[in-house]
Design a protein around this ligand. Structure first.
Ligand code: NDP
Length: 288
C-alpha cells in the first residue's frame, strides 16, 4: 500500500519555436525546490493548432499556460476574461484556468511588464519617474503600460518605425495617467534631461548579435540613471556595460524573466516560489 499519488498538476508554454525558451528549466527547478507536484511543459504549437492546444489544456486539467511568440494576441479569441493591464496592452502571456465554478474559465494576464516592474523596484521606485523606452514591440508595450500603472509621470517611446512608436505613446497617453510621448530615433540618440529610467526593449544585442548596441549617445544619459535591458542572452549586454562604465545602475533582463515566472507561479499555484533558485538556474544556463 502507498499514499503516493502519481498525477502532477500541469502548466506549460505554447509557442513556436519553443526549443530556445529557458522558462521550463526555471519553473521546474522552483517547483521541485518548493516540493510541489507541478510540471511545466514546453509545447511546440503552430498558429493553426492554438485553438486545439487551449482546448486540450482545459480538457487535461492544466492549471494554466504561458503564450509566447506568435500567440500573445491570437490567444485572446479563446479567453473568457482579461486582467486590467492585459486588456490595455492587448496581449496575454499567461492564462489561468479557473476551475472554481461549474465550468472552467480562462483568464488572460500579461505578466511581462509586471515582471519588469518587480525587477525595477529594488533599484528604483517607478512612481514619479520620467522613463524612456527604446522599442515599441510586445515587450516595450507591456513594460510601458505597467510602468505607467506603477505611477511613472511620463513614458517616452523611441522607435525605429514611427507608426509603432506613436501607437504605444498614444496608448499610454489615453489609457493611463502618465504622459505618453513619441521621440523619433535619430542617430546617436540624445536621451532627454531628467530621465530616471532608460530601457532597451528592442532585441538589439541578442545572441548571436551581442556586438550590436542601441544607437544612444551615452554622454547624454545622466550618471545614476537606471539603465535596463530586456535581452537575456547575454545578460550583461554591451549597452549595460557602457551604462555601468558611465556611472549608471544596470538592470539585466534575467530579473524581468525571473519575476515574471514568480508571478505566473503565484497565479497557478497560489504559492511564492524561490526567485533565487530560478536565477541560479538561469546563471547555469547562460554560464555566468
Ligand atoms: P517585437 O518583435 O515585438 O519588437 C521588436 C522591437 O525591437 C521593435 O520595436 C523593433 O523596431 C525593435 N528593433 C529590432 N531590431 C532593431 C534594430 N536593429 N534597430 C532598431 N530597432 C530594432 O519583439 P518583442 O518586443 O517581443 O521582444 C523584444 C526583446 O525583448 C527580445 O529580445 C525578447 O527576447 C525580449 N524579451 C525579454 C523578456 C524578459 O523577460 N527579459 C520578456 C519578453 C521579451 P521596429 O518597430 O522599428 O521594427
Amino acid at each position: 500500500m502507498t499514499d503516493r499519488t502519481f498525477c502532477a498538476e500541469l502548466t506549460g508554454s505554447f509557442s513556436t519555436s519553443a526549443a530556445q525558451n529557458p522558462t521550463v528549466a526555471i519553473m521546474e527547478a522552483a517547483f521541485a525546490d518548493a516540493g510541489l507536484d507541478f510540471r511545466y511543459i514546453n509545447c511546440e504549437v503552430p498558429p493553426a493548432n492554438l485553438a486545439d492546444a487551449v482546448r486540450g489544456a482545459v480538457a487535461m486539467g492544466w492549471r494554466g499556460f504561458n503564450c509566447s511568440i506568435p500567440h500573445k494576441v491570437a490567444v485572446l479569441d479563446h479567453l473568457d476574461e482579461l486582467a486590467t493591464s492585459a486588456e490595455i496592452i492587448g496581449a496575454v502571456n499567461t492564462v489561468v484556468i479557473d476551475r472554481s465554478g461549474a465550468t472552467p474559465r480562462l483568464i488572460g494576464e500579461n505578466t511581462d511588464g509586471q515582471g519588469f516592474v518587480a525587477s525595477l523596484r529594488p533599484v528604483r521606485d517607478p512612481s514619479g519617474q520620467h522613463v524612456v523606452i527604446l522599442g515599441a514591440g510586445g515587450a516595450a508595450r507591456a513594460i510601458a503600460v505597467e510602468v505607467a500603472l506603477a505611477g511613472a509621470l511620463s513614458i517616452t517611446i523611441v522607435n525605429r518605425t514611427p507608426e509603432r512608436g506613436q501607437a504605444v505613446a498614444d496608448l499610454i497617453d489615453t489609457r493611463t495617467s502618465a504622459a505618453g510621448r513619441y521621440l523619433p530615433w535619430t542617430p546617436r540618440l540624445h536621451v532627454p534631461h531628467g530621465t530616471g529610467v532608460l530601457i532597451n526593449a528592442t532585441s538589439i544585442g541578442f545572441h548571436p548579435n551581442e556586438g550590436d548596441t542601441p544607437d544612444v549617445d551615452m554622454g547624454t544619459v545622466e550618471p545614476g540613471t537606471v539603465v535596463a535591458d530586456v535581452v537575456v542572452n547575454p545578460p550583461m549586454t554591451g549597452f549595460l556595460r557602457s551604462a555601468q562604465d558611465h556611472g549608471c545602475t544596470p538592470l539585466d533582463g534575467l530579473g524581468m524573466l525571473v519575476n515574471q515566472a514568480l508571478i505566473n507561479a503565484r497565479l497557478w499555484t497560489g504559492q511564492e516560489l524561490s526567485g533565487a533558485v530560478m536565477r541560479h538556474e538561469l546563471e547555469e544556463i547562460f554560464q555566468i
